[in-house]
Design a protein around this ligand. Sequence first.
Ligand code: URA
Length: 262
Amino acid sequence: MEKPVRLDKFLADAGAGTRSEVKKYIQKGQVQVNGKLVKKPELKITEEDQVVMNGQEIHAAPEYVYYLFNKPAGCVSATEDRNDRTVMEYVPSDRKGLFPVGRLDKDTEGLLLITDDGMLAHELLAPGKHVDKTYFVRVEGNVTPEAVAKLEEGVDIGEAKLTMPAKAEIVGGSFEAEAETFSKTVRVRRENLPEVYTELYLTIHEGKFHQVKRMMEAVGTPVIYLKRLSMGTLTLPDDLKKGECRPLTEKEVTELKESVKR
Ligand code: URA
C-alpha cells in the first residue's frame, strides 16, 4: 500500500467484506483506526495506520500473490476456457487478475506458477532471460547417446534456428523394469507402457510452443508423459500433490525476483 487509500477500500481489498458490507460495518461503529472509532468510509489511511474491525487487526492485502501449483493432466493453462477445466479452478483464491505464468500442455503435469504480478511473469517468460526449465520426460523408444548429443547441441524443430543447447540425462526406462518384476506398481506401469521406453531429465532454456515434445520427436522418440519439475529457482516440492496449490514462501518469491533482475 504505497499511497493513502479509503478505509472502505482498504478493508474490502484485505478481504474483510464487500465494499458495501464494510461501509456498513464502519457506519455501525465496528471499525477503529489507531484505537479510535471511525464512522467515515472515505477516511484516508496509510500503511502506518492500525485498523481493527470487531477486535481483530486487519492487515493490508499484499500487492501481489504467488502460488505454486502442481498441475494435473486434463486442465488447460488459461484463465478461461469454454470446453476444458482451467488451472485457475484449483487456486484457493478469488482474487482478480491471477493468471498462469506460461503454459503447460493439457496433458502435461507439474510445476506452474500462478500470480497477478505481470512484471515478474514478463521477466520469467522473456526470451532473452533463458530461465531454465527442467522436465521429467518419458518417451517411446530408446534415446541413444547420439540423440542425447543432438539434444545437447541443438535440434531442428522446424524453426529458423536450432533449439538452444539443452541438458539431457537418462534416468530410467524399459531396460530397468526387468529387475522389478515382483513389484506390483512396476507391473501395472509396464502393462501401460510401450515395450521400449526411456525416461530422462531435460533442461531447456527457452519456452517455444510444445518445445519438449518437438525436440524429442525430432530425435525420433515421441513423448508419452511429461512433467515439469522446476522453473528458474522454483522446484516442485515432493509433498505438493497433483492438483494442489500453495502460496510461495517469502524466500521463494525473493529468490525468484532476484534471479530475473536486470
Ligand atoms: N514442452 C512441451 O512440449 N509441452 C509442455 O507442456 C511444456 C514444454
